[in-house]
Design a protein around this ligand. Structure first.
Ligand SMILES: NC(=O)c1ccc[n+]([C@@H]2O[C@H](COP(=O)([O-])OP(=O)(O)OC[C@H]3O[C@@H](n4cnc5c(N)ncnc54)[C@H](O)[C@@H]3O)[C@@H](O)[C@H]2O)c1
Length: 400
């Protein structure tokens, strides 16, 4: 892989790809973040959309975004069918709706062989996730899951460090993703994003564990390069009256026998978006915090603790390739998602030459499915008083 600073090299000629959006209309949280990351990547243009399940709202949002009136739709299914029939059909589509509507929209897009980008958690439950794996396998087209944190340069460096053996054999992993925004019952006070996240019909089988625990889990598997094989979980509903967990503790066993702990909480008062992963090998440990994303701490036993800095020449090629600005000019959340959008653009631009079995540089159906297998096992474990439950392995060599 070559190091190319595609976000800021705007004089380089590249294919302009068109994208359809499902969700992400006026007032939504993450839709505009996707669009900002797409713009930053310089590779995408929103050309169509079903921006809301309400047609009038979808039309209003589409107009505001400058989408042609005949390409604004009332549902993901309609978007897939009508776009597939056009000679200038969209190159790809992104699904950024509440979790329970991901599956139908993704399946409709894949049936039409439209490369699909799905937000996390990929589906409402593991049954839907299994069906989506089959749909991706039949479509033979790129499928991405936007686990934003995999796009950070220093997360990529962490992965390369583990891969290189710098830490020695991995023994212990500690990951936590803490937020405070659900510490009060805001779902009853008009906060729409909170309301659907705590409603099993719209969020799926878990609350905090599905919403942010899946990010933490993806980070563990991404950085260590290993699967979690078993979990023992205890999920809590700290704020009274909730149907889904707002806090969860999960113990984990990794494929090489390493032990891990995952804590996901949306009631951790006093913190904002505190995602942190620590990996301990026989020789030393690494420590990355999302709120200080431009550095990575590396502590090898008997040596001074090193603070590695984003975009420095001593970093690995994958890490430098995801860093857009020179060291000292920080980049972060939007740039991480843009890095993922940039790699998805490469895969989509490859067209029929796309090989689904090769690691493409963005989270795929595998990450999406693993996230749902994790949530499913942890929820079952919690219901069974914290019993150890096996997390099924990913068995598809035909898909990355
Ligand atoms: N990758 C990340 O870091 C990250 C961060 C935040 C949210 N998310 C994910 O993004 C998704 C959306 O979250 P949000 O916070 O933006 O939600 P939101 O409630 O703010 O926005 C959802 C949008 O989808 C629209 N919508 C709802 N049902 C629809 C349907 N059937 N068809 C078309 N449009 C529909 C709504 O009108 C709204 O515009 C969730 O799956 C969430 O987990 C991911």
């Amino acid at each position: 892989m070559t190091v190319s600073k595609t976000l800021i090299d705007d004089t380089v000629e590249r294919s302009a790809l068109t994208l359809g959006m499902v969700g992400g209309g006026h007032g939504s949280f993450f839709g505009p973040v996707h669009r900002a990351a797409m713009r930053l990547s310089g590779r995408w243009r929103v050309a169509a959309g079903a921006f809301s399940s309400d047609r009038d709202r979808s039309i209003a949002s589409g107009r505001a975004l400058g989408v042609a009136p005949d390409r604004i739709y009332g549902s993901g299914e309609e978007l897939a069918d009508r776009e597939a029939a056009r000679p200038d059909r969209i190159d790809a589509a992104v699904v950024v709706t509440p979790n329970s509507s991901h599956f139908e929209a993704c399946r409709a897009l894949l049936r039409r062989r439209i490369p699909t980008i799905c937000d996390k958690p990929m589906t409402a439950d593991l049954v839907e996730a299994n069906a989506l794996v089959d749909a991706v396998a039949s479509a033979r087209t790129p499928f991405a899951v936007t686990y934003t944190y995999a796009g950070y340069p220093m997360v990529r460096q962490a992965r390369e460090l583990v891969r290189s053996g710098a830490l020695g054999p991995i023994r212990l992993v500690h990951v936590e993703y803490l937020q405070e925004w659900l510490a009060e019952p805001v779902e009853k006070q008009g906060n729409n994003q909170a309301a659907w996240r705590l409603d099993p019909k719209r969020a799926g089988l878990s609350g905090a564990l599905g919403d942010i625990g899946t990010h933490a889990f993806q980070l563990v598997e991404y950085v260590t390069g290993m699967e979690v094989t078993e979990v023992a979980g205890e999920l809590h509903r700290i704020v009274e009256g909730r149907q889904l967990d707002d806090n969860g503790f999960v113990r984990m066993r990794l494929a090489n026998g390493a032990n891990g702990l995952l804590w996901a909480s949306q009631v951790a008062s006093g913190v904002d978006n505190a995602l942190r992963v620590r990996v301990f090998g026989q020789k030393g440990n690494l420590d990355w915090r999302q709120e200080e994303p431009n550095t990575l701490s590396l502590a090898i036993s008997g040596e001074p603790v090193a603070t590695l800095v984003r975009a420095k020449p001593y970093l690995s090629v994958p890490s430098r390739a995801a860093a857009w600005l020179p060291a000292g000019a920080p980049d972060g959340y939007l740039e991480a998602l843009a890095a993922i959008y940039s790699r998805i653009a490469d895969a989509v631009a490859a067209g029929p030459g796309y090989d689904a079995s090769r690691e493409p540089g963005f989270p795929t159906i595998r990450d999406g499915w693993r996230g749902m297998a994790f949530v499913d096992a942890a929820v079952r474990s919690s219901r069974q008083s914290g019993e150890w439950i096996r997390v099924p392995a990913w068995g598809r060599s035909d898909l990355a």
